[in-house]
Design a protein around this ligand. Structure first.
Ligand SMILES: *Cc1c(COP(=O)(O)O)cnc(C)c1O
Length: 428
């Protein structure tokens, strides 16, 4: 018989962090009970995973590099928790440019970019402090922070200005408890790419309030012809930046879980505590996958430019195709992306009075057309849907046609026209 109070029966409660961890994409998507139309092949434009349909494959050089890494037998053990020196050197070289020279000691390898973001947020912010995140924005920032008891405050992006940050709003959100600003460029879900000038404006605000920046640059270099990607750190002189990236999106290998943090700190502001903090945190899970680390130098050096160019060409072609098609659909307004692999589409819900929200719109479209897009709600941005444009071209065309049918059928004005005339007439 137990004599310790409260230890005389099974009472196992989940921790605060477990209870407070919430992923809006997972919970919204998993709560959708609607079944797709059994007569139509399902087209999921929802999953931000470019490998789903097999049309986008990693470079052959990358596969070879991993094979060699395994066969060498050299990468089966534990690596240092921040990563093998050779792998960090390769990332440093890959991430250096005419403006910034990255030192391998400033690189921390992580298990995917999510883990990189987790380490940065955990190192910079204490419970009760806040971090600023973009709206619309990728939901993982909230998921990571709120679990830890860190508050999130959103700053708005402006769809009519290419999704640039509303600078006044950003500034207004900063308070004495703001531990970091997260900037995601190029953006998921917007597909937007910030200009040099705009990044300089963001840095000016961060500098004025002495707030460090976490730059989520997982879509670095994934920009369409005529646009340029500027690493935030290449513009900053004084603001400390933790830049997060990895192989996931550009190299089309999300499952490999290879990401990294690069500490950009020209004024040595992070040396006092944060650098050490990140190193200690990296020891919690003892680093990233060693097979991929072993392959990293070859992956980063041998991937031919043609591979990158082909992926961009496909994404650009798909964007233009979806944009021109969806532009003609009554009640919808797509916003042409400049990079990444997504397109945001505005739904004028006043034209679709039977749907009270983007979520209802998405659910009904799934049920009738077997086309599934994520509702804007998943990105804290109602009245929009997000399309993934990595699906094969013929599927994308088919999806656009079905979205068109769906909108014509449910649009208050066109459905009336259909009823009266027995055929569809859309006013563009
Ligand atoms: C996909 C994605 C990530 C996460 O990448 P992983 O390497 O798979 O963890 C981080 N940020 C954004 C904006 C993303 O879209």
């Amino acid at each position: 018989m137990s004599t310790t109070p409260n230890r005389n029966f099974w009472n196992i409660e989940a921790s605060h962090i477990a209870k407070n961890t919430y992923n809006p994409i997972r919970s919204i998507v998993e709560n959708i009970v609607t079944e797709p139309n059994p007569n139509k092949l399902m087209i999921a434009l929802s999953i931000g995973d470019p490998t789903t349909f097999g049309n986008l494959k990693p470079a052959r050089e990358v596969i070879e590099a991993v094979k060699e890494s395994i066969e060498s037998g050299l990468f089966n053990g534990y690596a240092p928790s921040t990563g093998y020196q050779k792998a960090r050197e390769a990332v440093a070289e890959y991430s250096s440019n005419e403006f910034v020279k990255v030192d391998p000691k400033d690189v921390i390898l992580c298990s995917g970019c999510s883990c990189a973001l987790d380490l940065c947020i955990t190192a910079l912010a204490r419970p009760g402090q806040n971090i600023l995140i973009p709206r619309p924005g990728f939901s993982i920032y909230r998921t990571l922070a709120e679990g830890l008891g860190i508050k999130v405050k959103s700053y708005n992006l402006l769809p009519e200005y290419g999704w640039e940050v509303n600078l006044d709003d950003l500034e207004a959100q900063i308070d004495e408890n703001t531990a970091a600003i997260i900037i995601n460029n190029p953006s998921n879900p917007c597909g937007s790419v910030f200009s040099r000038g705009h990044l300089a404006d963001l840095l000016e605000i961060a500098a004025r309030y002495y707030v460090p920046i976490i730059a989520d640059e997982i879509y670095e270099h994934m920009v369409f012809p005529g646009r340029s990607f500027h690493p935030l750190a290449s513009i900053s002189v004084d603001v400390p930046i933790l830049s997060c990236s990895g192989l996931t999106k550009r190299f089309l290998v999300p499952g490999w879980r290879m990401g990294w943090i690069i500490i950009h700190d020209r004024q040595n502001i992070l040396d006092k505590e944060i650098r050490k903090g990140l190193q200690c945190l990296s020891q919690r899970i003892i680093g990233s996958n060693t097979i991929v680390q072993g392959a990293l130098p070859a992956i980063l050096q041998n991937t031919p430019q043609k591979f990158y160019d082909d992926v961009i060409e496909t994404l650009y072609e798909h964007s233009r195709l979806a944009y021109s098609h969806i532009s003609k659909i009554p009640g919808l307004k797509p916003i042409m992306p400049d990079g990444a692999m997504y397109m945001m589409v505005y739904i004028n819900l006043a034209c679709f009075t039977e749907f009270k929200s983007d979520l209802e719109f998405v659910q009904c479209m799934l049920m009738e057309e077997s086309v599934f897009c994520l509702p804007g709600q998943c990105f804290d941005y109602p009245s929009y849907i997000r399309l993934v444009i990595t699906v094969p071209k013929d599927m994308l065309v088919e999806a656009c046609l079905r979205i068109q049918d769906f909108c014509e059928r449910h649009h208050c004005k066109t459905s009336q026209t259909i009823n009266e005339l027995g055929r569809i007439e859309i006013e563009y």
